[in-house]
Design a protein around this ligand. Structure first.
Ligand code: GAP
Length: 506
């Protein structure tokens, strides 16, 4: 695990050093859990967004896209349940004045017990050498079994207290486990309170007349409130979907792990409206479709898994996450939720407007059920980047850092490099870029030895490098080098574009 943590640190510093992700307002020491995307990061992010949009909107006749505003009528959030129930349980340490998520304090305590299990396994594996059977050890060793039982008891108590909203018991649990504040080292805790995650602000020109409005904590509600508009103007027939990508905001208290959990982030969501009773069929369909989308990027399937929810939110009748193996373990990347008619039903009630579909075949109206797919764009970025980051030892003994970003997502598709700056080679390189840039993001690089230029492109994940040399001037051919294999071949200038296009097909 230490090794993975190490890799994660390297990914973060690489992301900064090479213009992918910067801390927000860094010259003022940054803003916690808020990040800016740099020159390559914004390209990668845009490419992920487009890849999603194509798969969801362009390739599906019955899905259309919208772009709703971030600000919405305050009643939207009352109807959706966010004003009353979009909370985290928080606790403050009276000595350090630091605020924590109570459930995370307990989960961190559990993680420490898990560490102890790992240490026992490590010790035993050293002791028994090749004869060590991990599976047998963790199911029979008394100390490990004691730790496991402890974890089970603590988790059960935590989740059942949270479900019952018994915050006094969550505090009692923290006290019984003798959890101390990591900063002050004391056990001087306040009571646990619910804390709403929505950011609010005022809209209106005068303070008295101002309304409290919220920065949307999910993009989904922009889709629900536009259900009627889109259905009517797009002459949509059920089943159909509405998709959108956009910013969402949550006042996350435990904001850590880089861009995994941010206060300002971007979601890519799709609400699929179906006939009541058919939702489970569509839920299964979208679970499979979304997994296929992830796998189409060429990242190995072992890096993904489903996590079916056992405990469901009050509005859902089925829910699953697609988890990805980040450097800090398997974590949620996308959620697929069967949300019943909860949202449309609630908006119908609060707005007094009929949000129904008229079925011509059966001559009846109903509030459609909804199957939602909801994926974090920043989290997908982190998944791609952490998978792509590779340190390689080369045959000649040198090392390289290469980002094996799926080609279709790579920020720069091709770098064009004159071997030397003189004798018309630069001009030829510019001429080739002039053609390629109409289709692809290109970069011109004439500085340093060619090997160093290759390394620079490897570090930002550019799939192809093209070198212009003296032969180019004679026979109009170039050397094209592929990022992952580092193989080089000689091709005519007219074939470059086609070669890149072929490799970008998915
Ligand atoms: N409309 C449903 C919804 O918002 P969610 O599970 O709360 O569901 C969906 O969020 C996805 O949004 C998550 O799977 C995750 O990828 C992303 N996400 C949620 N909170 C995030 C945060 N604080 N920072 C980055 N991404 C986040």
């Amino acid at each position: 695990m230490a090794n993975m943590e190490d890799i994660f640190k390297k990914v973060i510093s690489h992301a900064k050093e090479y213009g992918f992700v910067f801390p927000s307002s860094e010259i003022y020491d940054g803003l916690s859990a808020v990040y800016d995307y740099g020159q390559y990061g914004s390209e990668l992010k845009k490419n992920i967004r487009e890849y999603w949009w194509k798969a969801m909107v362009q390739y599906n006749e019955n899905i259309v896209g919208i772009d709703a505003a971030i600000f919405m009528h305050p009643t939207v959030w009352k109807a959706s349940g966010h004003v009353d129930a979009f909370n985290d349980p928080l606790i403050d340490n009276k000595d350090s004045k630091k605020r924590y998520r109570a459930d995370v304090l307990v989960e961190d305590h559990i993680a420490k017990i898990e560490d102890k299990i790992n240490k026992e396994v490590e010790k035993a594996s050293k002791r028994f050498g090749d004869a060590f059977n991990k599976e047998q050890f963790v199911t029979t060793n008394t100390r490990v079994l004691e730790y496991k039982a402890k974890i089970e008891t603590i988790s059960k108590r935590l989740y059942s207290s949270l479900e019952k909203n018994d915050l006094a018991d969550v505090k009692k649990l923290i006290e019984e486990l003798e959890i101390v504040c990591p900063i002050s080292g004391s056990r001087n805790w306040t009571d646990v309170r619910q804390f709403n995650l929505m950011f609010s602000t005022q809209m209106g020109s005068t303070a008295e007349g101002a309304d409290t409005i919220y920065l949307r904590p999910e993009t989904a509600q922009g889709i629900f409130v536009n259900f009627l508009n889109v259905m009517k103007t797009g002459r949509m027939k059920i089943p159909f979907g509405i998709a959108q990508t956009g910013k969402a905001f949550r006042n996350e208290i435990v904001a850590r792990q880089f861009i995994f959990r941010m206060r300002e982030f971007e979601q890519m969501e799709m609400q699929f409206f179906v006939k009541p009773g058919e939702e489970m069929e569509w839920y299964k369909y979208w679970k499979e479709e979304r997994m296929k989308w992830h796998l189409s990027l060429g990242i190995p399937k072992e890096k993904y898994r489903f996590h079916d929810h056992e405990k469901l939110s009050h509005y859902a009748n089925a829910a699953a996450d697609i988890e990805f193996e980040f450097p800090f373990g398997f974590k949620e990347l996308e959620g697929i939720h069967s949300r019943t008619d909860f949202d449309l039903g609630a908006h119908q009630k609060f707005s007094g407007k009929k949000l129904q579909y008229f079925d011509n075949e059966t001559n009846e109206s109903y509030v459609p059920y909804v199957v939602e797919t909801s994926i974090g764009l920043d989290r997908t970025f982190l998944a791609v980047l952490s998978y792509a980051y590779n340190e390689e030892k080369l045959e000649d003994g040198s090392e390289r850092i290469v980002l094996k970003i799926p080609q279709v997502l790579a920020p720069i598709k091709v770098a064009v490099m004159p071997l030397v700056k003189k004798d018309g080679l630069s001009e030829k390189a510019r001429e080739i870029i002039g053609i390629l840039k109409m289709d692809y993001m290109c970069q011109y690089d004439e500085k340093d030895a060619i090997g160093r230029r290759y390394r620079r492109q490897d570090a930002i994940g550019t799939p192809y490098c093209i070198t212009i040399d003296y032969d180019t001037m004679q026979d109009n051919t170039v050397t094209i080098r592929e990022r992952d294999s580092m193989k080089q071949e000689r091709i005519p200038v007219e074939k470059i574009s086609e070669k890149i296009r072929q490799s970008l097909k998915t």
